[in-house]
Design a protein around this ligand. Structure first.
Ligand code: PLP
Length: 361
């Protein structure tokens, strides 16, 4: 037996399960399992990636100044208080690594993103799950769970896989209620899908212990490039930069993200299509007895009678080349998370679930 053992907590990590992308024996599948942009990346991002090929022998920027300036200009934020990561996952990991360790608690919510307990354990800390109420983050339950050991509270707003969100007032109440020794992280991976929501930026400005994370993986269609960013008080950014590798983002990734954030027309098109189609999808499914909460994201959480029906529907959708996401692992066994695709994809989903409900399966 080997004497080499990993740090405490590492072997408690359950590996992340990604969205499925293939179905054996079925061609031309439509992948609606990972909340990707059905329109792909901005054409300008594609061009930037091509252009970057000629300089791949050069090391990338270590301070990401150009991308931070572009993000800052776009969102009206101080670029000095922005940090970029390999996806927002890496920024979340920096936060846990820098601020939580053995003996500390990290709070996340019942239907919250499965990366939170993973990165808490990576840091040696103890993840603590707090119940949600009717698929919505429950601020009172979070405040009741916070104690002297709590270092971080992770809240996804809007939520994944719930698609619901809590109000600015509720976020503010949570920020006010947390002790100064505890960070509040607002994961705004879906913020661009909410008209008029700043993702938590104004709360960051008002509270030194609030951090916002954002991603290029969802509305910007750059999941394959792995770029995300965080916004926080300068003192926190100074800490996070110490655990960031100097060359964490490739020059291709930096160029793609900068081109994407500057392509405002493409962003507006994707936002408008998503807003239109998510309502259509949710209304059509409701008519055939498959309800969902009003979505503030680029997916809907379709609810079925029970787990057996959800799984049978998922099997049927797969047989039709439609891959959606089972979310039993998020404590939502009777639901399926369906990414809002383009119009054809949405029509195919509605037709297939209608056929399933009529007994086709
Ligand atoms: C997709 C997603 C992210 C983004 O992850 P990246 O590492 O930026 O690709 C973060 N949080 C939530 C809740 C997500 O759904």
């Amino acid at each position: 037996m080997t004497k080499i053992t990993p740090q405490p907590g590492i072997m408690d990590i359950a590996l992340y399960q990604g969205g499925q992308s293939h179905v054996a024996g079925v061609e031309h599948v439509i992948k609606l399992s990972s909340n990707e942009n059905p329109f792909g990346p901005s054409p300008k991002a594609i061009e930037a990636v091509r252009d970057s090929a000629a300089t791949l022998h050069r090391y990338p920027s270590t301070d990401h100044a150009s991308l931070r300036n572009a993000v800052g200009a776009r969102h009206g934020l101080d670029p000095a208080r922005i940090i970029c990561g390999v996806g927002s996952d890496e920024v979340l990991q920096f936060i846990a690594q820098a601020y939580a360790g053995p003996g500390d608690e990290v709070v996340y919510t019942e239907h919250g993103f499965s990366m939170y307990p993973i990165i808490a354990r990576m840091a040696g800390a103890t993840p603590v799950m707090v119940a949600e109420r009717e698929r919505k983050v429950d601020v009172d339950a979070i405040l009741a769970a916070v104690n002297a050991q709590t270092r971080i509270v992770f809240v996804t707003n809007p939520g994944n896989p719930t698609s619901t969100m809590i109000s600015q007032q509720e976020l503010e109440r949570l920020a006010q209620g947390l002790p100064d020794s505890c960070l509040m992280v607002i994961d705004g991976a879906y913020a661009e899908f909410v008209d008029g929501f700043d993702g938590g930026a104004s709360l960051v400005d008002a509270h030194e212990n609030v951090v916002m994370t954002r991603t290029f993986s969802k509305v910007y269609g750059l999941g394959g490039m792995r770029v995300g960013w965080g916004y926080a008080h300068q003192s926190i950014i100074d800490v996070l930069n110490r655990v960031r590798q100097p060359f964490n983002l490739s020059l291709t990734a930096l160029a793609a993200a900068e081109a994407a954030v500057n392509d405002v027309d493409f962003l507006s098109f994707c936002q408008a299509e998503n807003a239109r189609l998510r309502v259509w999808l949710s209304d059509e499914l409701a008519k055939i007895g498959v309800p969902s909460d009003p979505s503030f994201t680029n997916f809907i959480l379709a609810r079925f009678a029970d787990q057996a029906e959800a799984e049978a529907c998922d099997d049927y959708l797969k047989s039709q080349g439609l891959i959606v996401r089972r979310v039993a692992g998020y404590n939502l066994p009777n639901a399926l998370r369906i990414t809002v695709g383009d119009e054809e994809a949405c029509r195919r989903v509605v037709a297939a679930i209608t056929a399933f409900k009529e007994g086709a399966a």
